[in-house]
Design a protein around this ligand. Sequence first.
Ligand SMILES: Nc1ncnc2c1ncn2[C@@H]1O[C@H](COP(=O)(O)OP(=O)(O)OP(=O)(O)O)[C@@H](O)[C@H]1O
Length: 353
Amino acid sequence: MAEPAISFQGVTRRYPQKDGATRDGGDFLALQDVWLDVPQGAVTGVIGRSGAGKSTLLRMVNGLERPSAGKVIVNDRDVGAASDAQLRAIRREVGMIFQHFNLLASRTVAENIALPLEIAGEAPARIAPRVAELIERVGLGAQANRYPAELSGGQKQRVGIARALATGPRVLLSDEATSALDPDTTRQVLALLQDINRDLGLTILLITHEMGVVRDICSHVAVIEAGRIVEAGETYTVFSRPAHATTRSFLQGVTGVAVPHFIAGQLGDTPQGIKAEAVVQVTFTGRHATDPMLARLTAERGVSVNILAGAIEEIGDQPFGSLIVGLPAGRLDESRRFLEYHGLMTEVLGYVG
Ligand SMILES: Nc1ncnc2c1ncn2[C@@H]1O[C@H](COP(=O)(O)OP(=O)(O)OP(=O)(O)O)[C@@H](O)[C@H]1O
């Protein structure tokens, strides 16, 4: 395994008690003993509800916050222990984009993008070509001399992305970068981030409260709740076998399919009668997604499969399928064994009849 780009090692962040809301009876713990490795060159999403600790976690990476305990290692450097000079070096390697873009209203697109290069003391002659290259990269060729107020939200975020890339960082942090954008623009900005990740091999760590963002571009995901990471792993693994209730609630409506209404109303906990059907969610990922296992269940075992709903999508570059099927309740155990033996996952949702 390659060294992680970012490693949170037992990170805790305390704040003095606020509003009587405590997580340990004394100080307020915004983060509690967080262990998380962010792989090099991957897009990793941290998802959590408001107040879960996402921003605090992200701000540790460029030293805007320091851990009260534990370490944050970025490209082999301990951010919490860094001197001011070391911190400046770390910040050149870590770009950041924001929900509300944080552009300077009095500067044009090109001037906003030039800002980090000016701050880094780059020679003026080298700034213009670098800015031109970045503007091209984010597709804003026609807007170089416009001011932020003249741009759409998506264009503003493209400026934010170009500015974050100006110093050639190895890591890009995204703080809810698409939360203020409409769905179409969100898709375009996520596609741009994905291109940048692929073309530049840049590690991206993003925080979001939308599982759709994780589904669309993250190969890895961590779920944070009340300052703790409750689940983490490769996106398609977490999506297919969510272990924590919070993960499952974030996943509702984002992946797969729902039980059709006319069946949902009839679902019972136990089979009634010999004609009862078990309603089963079948999930399949990776190489299994294209295997015709349900057809084989019918052909090889003579089990009739009633497909009720289904969808296949792409998650973390892997096919991910979810089907809801009816199986004869009397053949349920055998059918589940067959499907699971062949790498599919099954969950019984209830019985009809
Ligand atoms: N400087 C601070 N002083 C006291 N409490 C703080 C401070 N910064 C953050 N917190 C608290 O720590 C908790 C985590 O905050 P954080 O901003 O990291 O959450 P978040 O998951 O990013 O939420 P949101 O999505 O709403 O931004 C919150 O309850 C917040 O009120």
